[in-house]
Structure formats: structure tokens, C-alpha cells
Design a protein around this ligand. Structure first.
Ligand code: HXC
Length: 258
């Protein structure tokens, strides 16, 4: 499908989705978030896609929700439309793994979008922040909850209340991103990680993704029970037999997602 605010390239079972509104540093407007939701829903259905990399430009992953689009809205407008609530829910409902590859600014809704992905790799020029407070508002698509879970209350509170940015080294140190990569290598590294994921049994990948996400949504006891049941269930798959047989026979596994 052709999109106006993003591009999608599919190669070797990996979809590379690039946000593409350079004139506004990839600010998230209704069209972009709608197209992103459509692209992710298509990716979930497409057998040629087994992992997704979401990125922006070298200067900005996304500089936040589009301030021009929001500026004149009233409480009734945003409450009635549940501004971007359904859109962010579509992103977290994606069943295939999404890696956020962040270079440059990931601010406000851009930081929230990156945090809604499954994990984040960032370039050494990345800058994260929740500067909505400078606009007289606050984070609105998960920032107060997700950033706090990633980096803890003190750092999250400071970022939300002062609007200060966090650089790549601090983001890695505090657990917001899994790795910092030299900017020129960000996309190749993200694609390589996605390729490694694409080679696994996709049933095990989905079950593991669901279980890790439970860590954010339930108690430890319930999460561990969920993990245990998913682990048990994987013994009903052919891929478990194949994976373990391949190890014992000292060969590469041939997973068939069954
Ligand atoms: C609309 C934006 C934008 C945004 C940048 N632009 N961010 N347009 N919405 N969030 C536009 C600028 O207006 C400008 O367009 C062009 O992109 C380049 O930006 P500059 O400011 O000239 O670039 P620079 O000086 O390099 O500064 C980069 C920046 C700054 C530090 C990232 O642009 C900035 O502070 N942006 C806003 C960041 C922010 O407050 N984000 C939170 C948004 S609220 P023109 O046409 O003038 O050249 C939010 C709420 C989430 O995200 C919850 C939603 C439900």
C-alpha cells in the first residue's frame, strides 16, 4: 500500500518502516498515526514479514505530536476523539515484534511511540524527552507510565516536570534503550537484530513477547504463571521438537512456525 507520511520496505522477512514528515521532524499527526496503524496491521497479516523496524530520520525519530494540529483543539475535541488513544493502542496490539531504531529527537509523543515498541536501539545522537510541560500540557500517550517503568520514578518525574532531554548514554544507563550504536550503523544493526528474530520460530517469538509484556501489566505471581503456561504450551509445537533435535544433532534448526 502507498502511504504519504511513511515508507515501508520489505526485505528478507523484515519490514523497515520509516516515518517521513521531514518538514515537521516527523511530528505525529492523525494521518501519520493512522497510516502507521494500517502499516502495522498489514505487517501482522503479511507472511513475508516476521519482524518490524520502526525508524525516523537521522535528525528525528519524531519530535512529538503535531503541535500545529493540536493547538486549537478544545477539551471536548480531544476528549471526544480520545486524541491518539486508539492509534497508540493499535501499535501495542501488533503481534509481531517491533524494534524502534531511534536517531535524533524522540520527544513527547515520539518518545512515547518509541517506548510503545518492543525494544529500542538508539544512535549516539539520540535525545529523549517529555517536553509537553513547556506547552502547558503533559504526556498523553503513555509517557508518564512507560517512562516511569523504564527509568524509575525520580528520573521520569524530573523529565516530565522539567522537560529536560536525556542523551543516548543516559538512556542506555537508565534502561530506556537496549543498546547505543554509532549513528551510521543504526539501521544495519537494527535490521540485523530483526533478521535474527525473523529466523526463530514465530510461535515462540509471539509467546515470549506476550510474556515479557505481562511484566508491565500484572503481578509477579500472575506474570510467572502466564510465562509458565506459555512455556508449557510451546511443547505442543513442531518447532520445539525441531529446535531441540537440531541442538542435539549439532545442526541449524529449520523452524516452520507450527
Ligand atoms: C509540529 C514541529 C514539531 C512538533 C518540530 N516541528 N517539532 N511541528 N509539531 N512537535 C517543526 C518546526 O515547527 C519547524 O517547522 C520544523 O519542524 C523544524 O523544527 P525546528 O524547531 O526549526 O528545529 P530545531 O531548531 O532543530 O529544534 C528541534 C526541536 C524543536 C528541539 C525538536 O523543533 C522542538 O522543540 N519541537 C517541539 C518538541 C515538543 O514540544 N514535543 C512535544 C509535542 S506535544 P517550520 O515550518 O517552522 O520550519 C506531544 C503530546 C503527546 O507530543 C501526546 C499526544 C496525545
Amino acid at each position: 500500500m502507498a502511504y504519504q507520511t511513511l515508507t515501508v520496505e520489505i526485505d528478507d522477512y523484515v519490514a523497515l518502516i520509516r516515518l517521513n514528515r521531514p518538514e515537521a521532524l516527523n511530528a505525529l499527526n492523525s494521518q501519520l498515526l493512522g497510516e502507521l496503524g494500517d502499516a502495522l496491521a498489514d505487517a501482522d497479516k503479511n507472511e513475508k514479514i516476521r519482524c518490524i523496524v520502526l525508524t525516523g530520520s537521522e535528525k528525528a525519530f519524531a519530535a512529538g505530536a503535531d503541535i500545529k494540529e493540536m493547538a486549537t483543539k478544545s477539551f471536548v475535541d480531544v476528549y471526544t476523539d480520545d486524541l491518539f488513544g486508539a492509534e497508540i493502542d493499535r501499535i501495542t496490539a501488533t503481534r509481531k515484534p517491533i524494534i524502534a531504531a531511534v536517531a535524533g529527537y524522540a520527544l513527547g509523543g515520539g518518545c512515547e511511540l518509541a517506548m510503545a515498541c518492543d525494544f529500542m536501539l538508539c544512535a549516539d545522537n539520540a535525545k529523549f524527552g517529555q517536553p509537553e510541560i513547556n506547552l502547558g500540557v503533559m504526556a498523553g500517550i503513555g509517557g508518564t507510565q512507560r517512562l516511569t517503568r523504564f527509568v524509575g520514578k525520580s528520573k521520569s518525574m524530573e523529565m516530565h516536570l522539567t522537560g529536560r532531554f536525556m542523551d543516548a548514554a543516559e538512556a542506555e544507563r537508565s534502561g530506556l534503550v537496549s543498546r547505543v550504536i554509532p549513528a551510521a550503523k543504526l539501521i544495519p544493526e537494527a535490521l540485523a537484530a530483526a533478521k535474527r528474530i525473523a529466523e526463530k520460530s514465530q510461535i515462540a517469538i509471539m509467546a515470549a513477547k506476550e510474556a515479557v509484556n505481562r511484566a508491565y501489566e500484572t503481578t509477579l505471581r500472575e506474570g510467572i504463571l502466564f510465562e509458565r503456561r506459555n512455556f508449557h504450551a510451546l511443547f505442543a509445537t513442531e518447532d520445539q521438537k525441531e529446535g531441540m533435535a537440531a541442538f542435539l544433532e549439532k545442526r541449524e534448526p529449520q523452524f516452520r512456525d507450527r
